[in-house]
Structures are given as structure tokens and as C-alpha cells.
Ligand binder design. Structure first.
Ligand code: ZN
Length: 354
């Protein structure tokens, strides 16, 4: 089978002899991609310095697919169904899920497996271990672009806004106006933020940031973002800061620019390297008080995905607008990955129709 694999760190390539996925009895399914999206975290898997990966790992975790086979005890899916495949695929049968640990059930990042620790979606076919708890049918009338942007980007950005516990009237800063930041902006707006400050200069992001709910865009060329936020909030700081982009300073900056007492910082960013994250001693509350920090990973699973798709069906979100580049043919995944790596200014997300 044809697949795009991580051959060695820094090098991905096509193979014609990837092993066929095995149907996992009794709950699994085999799927065939209809549209996929290469993502910055695929770039990190290939070019980053993260944990050791399985040999010849098939890459990719953002996919809308057609079900081609189901195992004996799958209830709700049949061959031919068009489904959104969540990027995060928790093992809902792990006991720790009952304690609410859906993203790391059993072991750290166990939900974050497709294209990282198990074969991903950049292939002619791939397997899911548990169809009924994982997949979501794409409702009638939902475009491929919208469904595809729900599987990782929308769920991640919304996780940021939800974890930040946005309240009506809040002032929210979103660091980064790439796809995740744009969805965090929209999530914050939908949850009732009064004032949303987006941070970023990428041309493709600016118009959508405004459309999705940002009141102002801050540019780091105009002084530090911390100063700009404090200036705009009478020195108090924002109620919540959601980190979706930036650099190694972004974490401590976020702690600096969120208000004392009830301020929340949510980090959704993957920091490459082993540098650690600094919490500023004084603005962080001298280690004792005042600011809440959460490190988050997006939610996965079927019901989460069905909820996001409902947001599309009823016109609350239109995440497909973030697809700025469309390519045709599975083999163009490689080109899509290069686009994500080089990020031209007019790019937010790439969709590859298979
Ligand atoms: Zn992704």
C-alpha cells in the first residue's frame, strides 16, 4: 500500500509497500482518506527533536475519510459512511477515562497517537481501533473543508477557549493567529469575551482574525506584547491569555500580561527543545498566588467531533475558511507538508483531496 512515511528524522518519503492496516476486532474500522491536511505538528514529527518514533511511521492525523470495513461489534458505522476522524483518538475503555483523563488515558499522550505512535492517515488506507467511540459522520451539507478543519484545528482552538473559562465580558489575548489561534479567537467570542486582542502579523490570518471575533490585532514590531496589553487594560492585564503561537518567550509573556487574582493562562503550544518554561517570579504571584496556568491538549472522540460539526451545521462556525490552499491527489501531501513548513504569508491551512 502507498503511504507517506517518516524514514528518518528530517526525511519523509513515499513507499509503495507500507503494510495494509489490520481490522482490529471487535470494534475497529478500516478507512480510506477523502481529504487530509498536513499540519505543523507533522512538520515537527519530521523535522523536530521529539520522542523516538516507530520505524517507517506513516504520517498524518487530520482526515475526513470513507469507511471501507468495520469489525463485528461496530454498531453505528457501515462501509461507505463519510466520517470526520478526530486527530485525538483516546482509548475510551481505559479505566482512567472514568476519572476524566480522556487525552492521556493509560499513558501520557495516549490519545495523541495517529501519525505519531500509530500509523497515520497519509496512506491509501488506515485503521481505527474503535469506530463507535471515535468517528463522527459528516452531516449532510457540511463541506469537506469545514469537516476537515474540525478534526484538529477547531477542537484545539476551542479547547483553549474552554480551558480559559471565558466569561461574558472578558478581555482575552490570543497569541498567534495561525489556524489554532483563529479558532481560539472564535471560541472566545462564542463563549462571551467582550474584547479579544489577537497577536500576529501574518497577512492571511489578520482578516480572518477580525472576522472570527478579534477587535484588535497587536504587532510585536510596536513594542513588547506585554506592554501593549497592559497599556490597553489600564495596567491590569487580560482576564485570559491563550497561547497558540509565538516563541519560547511566549509562556512567560502570557503570565506577565494576565491579571492578578482571576487571570488564566492556557498553553496550547508545543515548545520544541528542552529549554523549559519560565514563570516570572513576581508577575507570576511570587509562586504563591494569583494566576492560573493550564497546559492543554485538544479533546478527541466522537461526541466532541459531533458537537463541533453541529456548530458548522447551525452556522456558528465556518472553519473551512482557513483552507487557503487546495491540492489534488494523495501524492501532493508532500507538497502540502513543505507548504506548512515554509508557511508563505498567504497560507493558513492546506487541504489535499485524495
Ligand atoms: Zn494537526
Amino acid at each position: 500500500m502507498r503511504a507517506y512515511i517518516l524514514k528518518e528524522r528530517g526525511h519523509a518519503e513515499w513507499t509503495e509497500d507500507a503494510p495494509e492496516p489490520l481490522l482490529s476486532e471487535p470494534y475497529g474500522a478500516i478507512l480510506s482518506p477523502v481529504a487530509v491536511s498536513p499540519c505543523t505538528s507533522d512538520v515537527n514529527t519530521v523535522y523536530g527533536s521529539g520522542s523516538e518514533k516507530p520505524a517507517n511511521l506513516i504520517l498524518g492525523h487530520e482526515c475526513v475519510a470513507r469507511v471501507t470495513a468495520v469489525a463485528s461489534r461496530v454498531r453505528d458505522f457501515r462501509p461507505g459512511d463519510l466520517v470526520a476522524v478526530p486527530a485525538i483518538t483516546p482509548d475510551w475503555r481505559a479505566p482512567s477515562v472514568q476519572e476524566g483523563n480522556d487525552r492521556h488515558a493509560g499513558r501520557p499522550f495516549s490519545g495523541n497517537a495517529l501519525g505519531r505512535s500509530i500509523p497515520g492517515v497519509f496512506a491509501e488506507r488506515f485503521a481505527i481501533a474503535d469506530a463507535d467511540t471515535t468517528l463522527a459522520k459528516v452531516p449532510e451539507g457540511v463541506s469537506l473543508q469545514d469537516a476537515l478543519m474540525c478534526v484538529d484545528v477547531a477542537t484545539t482552538g476551542f479547547t483553549g477557549a474552554e480551558a480559559a473559562e471565558i466569561r461574558v465580558g472578558d478581555t482575552v489575548v490570543v497569541l498567534g493567529i495561525g489556524a489554532i489561534g483563529l479558532m481560539a479567537i472564535q471560541g472566545a467570542a462564542l463563549l462571551g469575551a467582550a474584547r479579544i486582542l489577537g497577536v500576529g502579523t501574518r497577512p492571511a490570518g489578520i482578516a480572518l482574525a477580525k472576522e472570527f471575533g478579534a477587535n484588535e490585532l497587536l504587532d510585536y514590531h510596536n513594542g513588547t506584547i506585554v506592554e501593549q496589553v497592559l497599556q490597553r487594560t489600564d495596567g491590569i492585564g487580560a482576564d485570559a491569555v491563550i497561547i497558540c503561537g509565538g516563541d519560547d518567550r511566549s509562556f512567560s509573556d502570557a503570565v506577565d500580561m494576565v491579571r492578578y487574582g482571576i487571570g488564566r493562562v492556557v498553553n496550547l503550544k508545543h515548545y520544541p527543545g528542552d529549554g523549559g518554561l519560565a514563570i516570572p517570579k513576581f508577575s507570576g504571584g511570587r509562586g504563591m498566588a494569583g494566576k492560573t496556568i493550564k497546559l492543554e491538549l485538544c479533546r478527541g472522540g466522537r461526541s466532541r467531533m459531533e458537537r463541533l460539526l453541529r456548530m458548522v451545521v447551525y452556522g456558528r462556525i465556518c472553519p473551512g475558511k482557513m483552507v487557503t490552499h487546495e491540492l489534488q491527489g494523495l501524492e501532493r501531501v508532500a507538497e502540502g507538508l513543505e507548504l506548512m513548513r515554509n508557511k508563505p504569508g498567504n497560507l493558513i491551512k492546506v487541504m489535499v483531496r485524495v
